[in-house]
Write a protein of this length. Structure first.
Lengths: 313, 514
């Protein structure tokens, strides 16, 4: 019952990265604090990404002050769908996806019908910092909704499947796909019960899948065989991750990428402190992978060259 | 490319070095405080303070009066806390050389009562007496008959154990029924007569000896006659001997009133003089005695710059603060070594602090009820869709009113469990409620309860560490340990090993490869 207490040695042997090690040996060393603002503010991230031609959902507008909320309909004029998200949010908190709307009613992606008052309330909450890191005053970012590609339709229960690429010194190091479940409430957070599928960084093929830290083979809701999961535009996914390094300068980052039916892979956000659950999804330790990059990978390559190096290595 | 010098000065090595320095410093400081200030590791340690009262009474003869009383000498194994003389109209002088106190008055008549009071502490067993002068003695000139007696006594004495003085004492004690003895000492003798006889017997062997008066320190003791012992000069130094057991040296909790064979009390210009000694015992904490000890050890300067000289209020505040670093260390260990996640970094610590004031179970029950009520109220208010700041403000005010109601009701109905609500920090309580209700909405009840549970567990562990009487005493009395904690915490900041909970979390990564 308590044999797990003696797991330390084996975990070390398997090159598993622990939280303390990640914070001390990786983040503190390769992620300068001053760079955090680039990724903590989604408006900044988006502008930065667009400046080096990384695909992101198109920004429609920003609401900075309460009085601007009444102009919402004017702002979104001409767009069929839109998303309101807090610029400083994390983990999908406070993200409201509107699929359809008229002057009175707003139909959200999760199936709720909201009044303008509800939207007003939501934006107010966003501005007062309810969803932001540390409760600071925030701005609401309004952007075009992603037209999710149908390829993942059978692998996700509602919600947004996304690809998380861990990029170390510009090299894609480890990748997983996060699939929403009924239990996760349509969200892609593993600790809320989403499924994590580890993907081989060279081929993009599934290695292993977990839910609540336990291996699974089929999606609990759609019953799709998770090992059949294939990600189109694999190289493009990796290039976005690799470019995120050029864009932010963060030595260790997690890029969240979604696939748009028309525009291909798009970067949703960059995380300066990506979690360690990806190891469990991959069934592999991250530390040994980081060491491999440290010791044998060349420096001075462009983003595409780095991705090609990874793909061919 | 790294230079070797960088390798030598890694953060971890520098911190380890500083940690060792702080341990060294603390060890010295603890030694210093124990040795010179008399601090104790145990909070229960007490110092016995003995008060010896001498009441001198006599009838003055309407003429010039001089009273001379033998008093204890502070070089004989104890420290003097205070010394006072109550003698109205008398001039007090001290004769340090002969350890006497002299009271002079020009003219007195009638019954006189004079008081001398001495408070001493740290009375230690004392085997070696301060040497007075070396002494020589001539063999007394004895009649034949007496000489024969002496020879007989020494024949018996030679079969006894110990040095010559012990032999003589044991011989006379044991052979009391022997006809030889009864000749030289009546059956109903006083201890003074007994002592004088031993002095005679020792004189026969040319061993100088004389009477010493001592008092056994016993609570509530009252006596006119101090205990008589013998001091004898043997092998170049003076030794003190017990008349009954012949043991050498002054036992613990005895104090020598007078040495050197002189009188205990001399009164000129008075008659019927008596001196009555009474002994009282009181106890004081080592912290209270520290100033006296520091002074006695000539270390007052260091003591004056310690926090123990501050007014009581400031001291109590600091005593409370001195426990914080340890509580912080517990939190660091719980989070970075064990790996439990809590609501807010130091929330569990503040919770533990409140539990110390309320008591464990009353506090825990009361706090759980407060959180539960707060969560229910917060759930009701969630429907109103208030803005963030007003909503949190609502929770804070609700908690304040809740504390007020619980305290008043608890006090009236005499339920301490209920009234202990007042000790919980308002903002922390409100924060836990707000945070819990948001986690509840976003991550579900399970995750919320888990987070609350771990917050409580961390608080409880912290509580058990800081509520320990010994721990609190040690962290206050030996506050330099906080420096050690400081560097331990910093060194833990470089710990890159797995957290305990990660061993379980990452367990799937082991079975994969095996």
């Amino acid at each position: 019952m308590f044999e797990w207490l003696f797991n330390g040695k084996k975990l070390r042997e398997n090159g598993v990265l622990g939280m303390n090690d990640r914070n001390y040996s990786v983040i503190a060393k390769y992620n300068k604090r001053s760079l955090y603002t680039l990724v903590d503010d989604k408006v900044k991230t988006k502008k930065l990404a667009n400046s080096i031609n990384i695909n992101t959902p198109k920004m429609i507008g920003i609401i900075e002050f309460q009085y601007q909320v009444k102009n919402l309909l004017e702002i979104v004029k001409g767009y069929d769908t839109f998303v309101i998200k807090p610029a400083h949010g994390s983990g999908g908190k406070g993200v409201l996806v509107i699929k359809k709307y008229d002057a009175e009613h707003f139909y959200s992606a999760s199936g709720d019908i909201l009044s303008f008052k509800d939207i007003y309330q939501h934006v107010s909450n966003t501005l007062s910092g309810l969803f932001s890191l540390g409760g600071k005053y925030d701005v609401a970012l309004i952007e075009e909704a992603v037209n999710f590609s149908d390829v993942f339709k059978n692998f996700s229960y509602h919600g947004v499947p996304d690809v998380r690429v861990i990029v170390y010194k510009g090299f894609p190091a480890m990748v997983m796909m996060r699939l929403a479940t009924k239990e996760s409430g349509g969200r892609a957070n593993l600790h809320q019960g989403a499924v994590g599928v580890g993907l081989d960084v060279r081929t993009g093929h599934p290695l292993n899948a977990v839910m609540h830290n336990k291996p699974i083979l089929v999606h609990p809701d759609t019953k799709a065989n998770l090992m059949d999961l294939r990600v189109p535009f694999w190289r493009e996914h990796l290039i976005i991750g690799s470019l995120a390094y050029d864009m932010t300068g963060l030595g260790y980052l997690g890029a969240d990428i979604v696939l748009d039916e028309n525009r291909g892979p798009m970067m949703l956000e960059v995380n300066a402190r990506p979690g360690l659950a990806i190891q469990i999804a991959n069934g592999k330790g991250l530390k040994s992978r980081l060491q491999e990059i440290d010791e044998t990978y060349p420096s001075g390559l462009s983003a595409e060259e780095r991705v090609d190096f990874v793909l061919n290595h | 490319m790294k230079l070797n010098i960088n390798k030598f000065f890694t953060v971890r090595k520098v911190l380890s070095f500083l940690l060792l320095c702080s341990i060294g410093y603390s060890a010295y400081s603890i030694y210093y405080k124990v040795k010179y200030w008399g601090f104790s590791v145990s909070p229960k340690a007490v110092t016995d303070v003995w008060t010896v009262d001498a009441k001198i009474s006599f009838n003055a003869l309407d003429e010039k009066v001089q009273v001379s009383l033998a008093v204890p000498n502070d070089k004989d194994g104890f420290k003097i806390l205070s010394e006072e003389v109550v003698a109205k109209g008398y001039k007090v002088t001290r004769d340090k050389k002969n350890s006497r106190i002299i009271l002079d008055a020009s003219q007195k008549s009638g019954k006189q009562n004079l008081y001398y009071r001495l408070s001493i502490y740290d009375d230690a067993q004392n085997t070696a007496l301060n040497s007075l002068l070396p002494a020589k003695i001539d063999r007394p000139i004895l009649a034949d008959e007496e000489r024969l007696q002496m020879q007989k006594i020494w024949e018996i004495a030679d079969s006894q154990k110990g040095d010559k003085v012990q032999k003589a004492i044991l011989a006379i004690n044991q052979e009391m029924d022997n006809p030889t003895m009864s000749l030289i000492l009546p059956i109903n003798h006083t201890s003074k007569e007994f002592a004088e006889k031993i002095i005679q017997v020792l004189a026969y062997k040319r061993i100088p000896a004389r009477i010493a008066r001592t008092i056994k320190l016993e609570e509530g003791r009252k006596t006119e006659k101090p205990d008589i012992m013998i001091e004898a000069y043997l092998d170049g130094h003076w030794g003190l001997y017990d008349l009954n057991t012949a043991k050498i040296g002054l036992p613990k909790n005895w104090v020598i009133i007078q040495r050197g064979g002189v009188s205990l009390l001399d009164v000129k210009g008075g008659e019927n003089s008596t001196v009555v000694f009474s002994v009282l015992k009181s106890v004081a904490s080592p912290l209270k005695m520290a100033e006296h000890r520091a002074k006695a050890n000539d270390k007052l300067w260091s003591y004056n710059y310690s926090m123990y000289t501050l007014p009581v209020f400031e001291q109590n505040t600091l005593k409370w603060l001195m426990i914080f670093p340890l509580a912080i260390l517990v939190v660091v260990i719980m989070r970075n070594i064990i790996g439990v996640s809590t609501m807010g970094t130091f929330t569990p610590m503040l919770l533990a602090m409140a539990l110390v004031r309320t008591g464990f179970w009353p506090g825990l029950i009361c706090f759980s009820v407060m959180i539960a009520l707060g969560l229910i109220m917060r759930a009701v208010v969630a429907k109103l869709n208030l803005l963030l700041v007003p909503r949190i403000s609502f929770v804070v005010i609700f908690v304040i009113l809740l504390i007020q109601v619980l305290t008043v009701v608890g006090y009236r109905l005499n339920y301490t469990i209920v009234s202990s609500a007042i000790f919980f920090p308002i903002i922390i309580t409100a924060w836990i409620i707000e945070r819990a209700s948001i986690t509840w909405e976003e991550d579900g009840a399970m995750n919320t309860l888990k987070e609350i549970f771990f917050t409580f567990i961390t608080a409880v562990v912290t509580y058990f560490v800081i509520s320990n009487e010994y721990v609190r005493h040690v962290m206050f009395a030996f506050n330099e340990l906080n420096l050690v904690i400081l560097f331990v915490v910093m060194l833990l900041g470089t710990y890159t090993g797995y957290r305990l909970t990660e061993l379980l979390r990452f367990a799937p990564l082991i079975h994969k490869d095996n």
